[in-house]
Design a protein around this ligand. Structure first.
Ligand code: R7I
Ligand code: MG
Ligand code: MG
Length: 326
């Protein structure tokens, strides 16, 4: 892969997360029917609580993952946990479990135990998966490191197997998207087979979900059936397969994939962010409509900063790619 394409894909995965998050946030929690009655369809960035084009916890945590991987060159749990604490802004709409873990971390609780007893057996919220794009990009050419790093990255906050397992699946899907040649049609069956082959017994519920994805892809799009069979909620198991579906349904259009995700309703910022990461990793950041890119917030830690992180991450990804080839 050319260095330019790798850089564009890396930026695309990070900016794709940001764009999907910003598109979905104004309607987060709306049902499909509520979106239809309020907007018909969401087709553009809408005014939001913190302003047009602003991001939420999804992007803020993804920034922390990227910063830590770039600075350390490898997963360092304490460093990444410290980035989550330093970046935390309570206005960005964090899940209550995540708020609790970040508070514990800020009080000196070790990162290995801060998320352990949340909700009894650890959180299965989608917060581990929504921030995972930098891991999928950096290790797209080294699957063992990708799987291991994604698991560790998610477990800082999400220790329920469905929580971290779904994050691993999403990271691998981003890695596969990053490896794909954008000018060649995507083989969605092989893509799903690769994902199924990494599923571990503790989170085998995803196998069934991915078979639903395969069946849905062979049928005409029907939002009710997608929502019923895959979900559109805040759980990892009810959102990661949905994002994978939205991407595989329209693998060659960032706009169509992400708008499909957002218009399903439910956890729209997060399913939008995860679909955006997958699409951006395949198509590169130029595939994100320029009018959307222009409208993304661009103050401190805004669009230009995220693009710079994407560039730096591509340098790490490139070293790993070349190292393996030598
Ligand atoms: O996963 P998390 O960071 O939340 C991410 C979501 C995204 O939609 C963001 O956009 C933001 O809005 O929040 O935060 P958690 O609190 O760990 O998980 C999210 C929610 O899932 C929790 O607040 C619970 O309501 C639910 N949840 C569970 N419920 C029962 N049993 C997570 N794990 C459990 C569980 O084990
Ligand atoms: Mg959010
Ligand atoms: Mg959300």
């Amino acid at each position: 892969m050319s260095p330019d394409l790798l850089e564009s894909k890396s930026i695309g995965a990070l900016l794709g997360t940001f764009t999907g998050d910003a598109l979905g946030m104004p309607v987060e929690g709306y049902t499909y029917e509520m979106i239809v009655s309020a907007y018909g369809q969401v087709t553009e960035l809408l005014p939001a609580r913190l302003g047009l084009g602003t991001y939420t916890d999804d992007t803020q945590l993804m920034i922390g993952v990227a910063e830590s991987l770039i600075e350390c060159g490898v997963f360092k749990g304490e460093h990444m946990a410290n980035r989550f604490v330093a970046n935390f802004d309570s206005q960005r709409g964090y899940g209550r479990g995540a708020v609790e873990v970040i508070y514990r971390l800020s009080q000196g609780v070790p990162w290995r135990s801060a998320g352990a007893k949340l909700f009894g057996g650890g959180s299965f919220g989608n917060g581990g998966a929504m921030r995972i794009a930098p891991v999928g990009v950096m290790y797209f050419s080294d699957t063992d490191s990708l799987l291991d790093t994604a698991e560790k990255t998610a477990k800082i906050t999400h220790t329920h197997p469905l929580g971290w397992g779904g994050a691993v699946l999403q990271a691998l899907a981003i890695g596969l998207s990053a490896s794909s040649e954008p000018a060649t049609p995507l083989d969605t069956d092989s893509f799903l087979n690769e994902l199924v082959s990494c599923i571990q017994p503790e989170w085998e519920a995803y196998q069934h979900k991915l078979e639903h994805v395969r069946e849905l892809l062979s049928q005409p799009f029907d939002e009710d059936e997608v929502i019923e069979r895959l979900g559109n909620d805040i759980s990892t198991q009810g959102s990661v397969p949905t994002a994978i579906y939205c991407f595989l349904h329209q693998p060659d259009s960032f706009e169509d994939a992400v708008l499909t995700a957002v218009n399903l309703g439910g956890d729209t910022d997060t399913i939008g962010a995860m679909t955006g990461a997958l699409s951006g990793a395949r198509l590169g950041y130029e595939a994100i409509p320029p009018e959307w890119r222009d409208q993304l917030e661009n103050g401190q830690s805004g669009r230009d900063y995220v693009m710079e992180l994407g560039k730096q991450l591509a340098e790490h990804a490139s070293k790993i790619l070349t190292g393996l080839r030598n």
